[in-house]
Design a protein around this ligand. Structure first.
Ligand code: ATP
Ligand code: MG
Length: 556
């Protein structure tokens, strides 16, 4: 379905670098911090980095940026690997970890101290912030800034040996406290954390900061083009400063592109983590989550996510993409590939009084209206059937309503024309049964329909069906722009999950048992998939991926 979208400014830069002979081959990297699950924004970065490597027959490394052991877990590493492979990408060679380079990073820190370009500071975190100044106010020097190189070497060694308390001491670059770029005001390079690391155990109690580690890891790995999101634009100065001041003599270049934001959702591991930890959702793979795992469980195919990334492209413009752009991609994919089945989400019983008691017949139906190769199936028709309660009205004054109305006719999909004659109600006044009659000669006259009924509705036999659960999802948030919100409680949509108990035709059972097909179009209802966690042969559970049209309430 999708091919990488190669019409972007980064491709032009790489073409130029190859044409000028600056690089003979291209090497990119995807460097997630394993502090959560990958989300759709990461998919954009994955498509870009792996797509570039494929296009230039170069390499793309997967590097876990594991420099903060407090928030990082192996569960996240495993899920990230799984998600990348599921999207269809393969990293070059072994998996890399920033922690692979802790020894080298440490020795480059010592090199900077030796050159008088880094110092050990004892200001507290708050003091460092106060001393840093603001965009309009220059920072001021720490009182510890000008101690001798030997003193700094000795103090850094003490830091490494665990002789200072966490938060009391750090290593900082000595750059310029008055720089117009706040990142250049003596950024912290190393801090103390008495936390075991998932790979290096208790070997270290000092851990390098992102900017210091990232540039050096890129250089050690021979990354040619280091691609990241726009919020790191200013950090490029620090990235270059580090590489220009150590003796590695490799100079990858950082380029920035805009982050993906999607309306009505938050795309940030940190914020998604809050949704999980506060039980707003059932987990990282909750089908409402914009994580790859959530989208997969919801029923999005890898092809649809790649196609979405292709369509949004890569630019430097800030954007807030409509969720419907993503939905269009899965709809187009499944329109081609999903077999059609009938399911009634809100069943109400219909009794066809002039249909013979105890009789039933098999009606052949195509599994895809335009694809004969999908074959046909037999569906039981009987005297009692279910239709959706929204497909019936006692009185109707809306000309647009083309379903069953008391005293009028409607066609049952691939079956007979019926007419509603009377209803039974319970004590609360709710309709419990719709009594109808059918036209014996009307069976499946789709082409030349002499009955001229206005509408077609779907149905399921009431003697041959499977009960099923249907989970309908809606956006998690009602606000459309959440990029800068932290207090998402205000805008939580409390109806983001609605569960229905309905019925589905039994012809679907062999497909469910085979486990081969998980995606369906339930006629007139939308695209659904079996829920990978909760669906069983005894109790089918379906997630509605997306409606048939943009407005899911609009049935045909
Ligand atoms: P988060 O805030 O979700 O943790 P991050 O940028 O801190 O995002 P990383 O794990 O560091 O996440 O991201 C790995 C790569 O994915 C980075 O190169 C980053 O720029 C890119 N990336 C992260 N979020 C997005 C996004 N929304 N759109 C595009 N690329 C993204
Ligand atoms: Mg992050």
């Amino acid at each position: 379905m999708s091919q990488a979208n190669l019409n972007n400014f980064i491709i032009k830069i790489i073409d130029r670098d190859i044409a000028s002979g600056l690089h003979k081959s291209v090497r990119t990297r995807f460097p997630p911090e394993p502090n959560g699950y990958l989300h759709i924004g990461h998919a954009k970065s994955i498509c870009l980095n792996f797509g570039i490597a494929e296009h230039y027959q170069g390499q793309c490394y997967l590097r876990f940026d594991d420099t903060n052991p407090v928030k990082e877990h192996t569960e996240f590493i495993e899920s990230m690997k799984n998600d990348i492979l599921w999207l269809g990408f393969h990293w070059s060679g072994e998996i890399h970890y920033s922690s692979d380079y802790f020894d080298q990073l440490y020795s480059y820190a010592i090199e900077l101290i030796h050159k008088g370009l880094a110092y050990v500071d004892h200001l507290s975190v708050n003091q460092i912030r106060d001393y840093r100044g603001t965009l309009t106010k220059p920072g001021k020097n720490s009182p510890y800034r000008d101690r001798s190189i030997d003193t700094n070497i000795a103090l850094f060694d003490k830091m490494r040996r665990g002789e200072f308390k966490e938060g009391s001491t750090c290593l900082r670059a000595k750059i310029d406290m008055t720089s117009p770029f706040i990142v250049m005001r003596d950024p912290v390079l190393y801090r103390i954390k008495y936390v075991d690391h998932h790979r290096t155990g208790n070997k270290w109690c000092i851990y390098p900061m992102y900017d210091f580690a990232h540039s050096i890891c890129d250089a050690i790995e021979g990354i040619t083009h280091s691609l990241c999101t726009l919020e790191f634009q200013d950090n490029r100065r620090l990235y270059d400063w580090v590489l220009n001041n150590i003796s590695l003599n490799v100079y990858p270049h950082q380029y920035e592109f805009s982050r993906l934001n999607i309306e009505h959702t938050i795309i940030s591991k940190r914020k998604l983590h809050l949704l999980v930890s506060k039980n707003v959702v059932t987990g990282w793979d909750d089908p409402r989550m914009p994580t790859i795992a959530g989208l997969r469980r919801r029923g999005y195919t890898a092809a649809s996510i790649l196609e979405f990334c292709r369509r949004i492209g890569i630019t430097k413009q800030d954007n807030n993409v409509e969720i419907s752009a993503l939905e269009a991609c899965i709809r187009e994919d499944l329109n081609e590939s999903a077999p059609r089945v009938m399911a009634v989400i809100n069943p109400i019983k219909v009794i066809i009084n002039n249909y013979p008691v105890g009789y039933k017949e098999n009606i052949m139906m195509p599994n895809h209206p335009n694809k004969p190769e999908f074959g046909q199936r037999k569906v039981t028709f009987s005297r009692e059937i279910y239709i959706d309660c929204t497909d019936f009205r006692e009185n109707n004054c809306n000309q647009q309503y083309k379903r069953l109305i008391l005293g009028q006719q409607v066609r049952l999909r691939y079956a007979y024309v019926i007419e509603a004659e009377r209803v039974e109600k319970n004590e609360q006044g709710n309709i419990t049964i719709i009594h109808c009659s059918y036209y014996k000669n009307s069976l499946n006259q789709t082409l030349d329909d002499s009955y001229k009924v206005k509408g077609v509705i779907h149905w399921v036999s009431a003697i041959d069906y499977i009960a099923a659960e249907f989970r309908f999802y809606d956006k998690l948030f009602s606000d459309h722009n959440l990029a800068s919100t932290d207090d998402f409680n205000v805008s939580l949509n409390h109806r983001s999950l609605i569960i229905y108990h309905g019925v589905i035709e039994t012809s679907f059972l062999p497909l469910l048992k085979s486990g081969k097909i998980n995606y369906f179009q339930f006629e007139r209802e939308g695209y659904f998939c079996t829920d990978s966690k909760d669906c069983s042969k005894l109790q089918p559970v379906f997630n509605r991926i997306v409606g048939l049209r943009n407005n899911w309430l609009a049935k045909s």
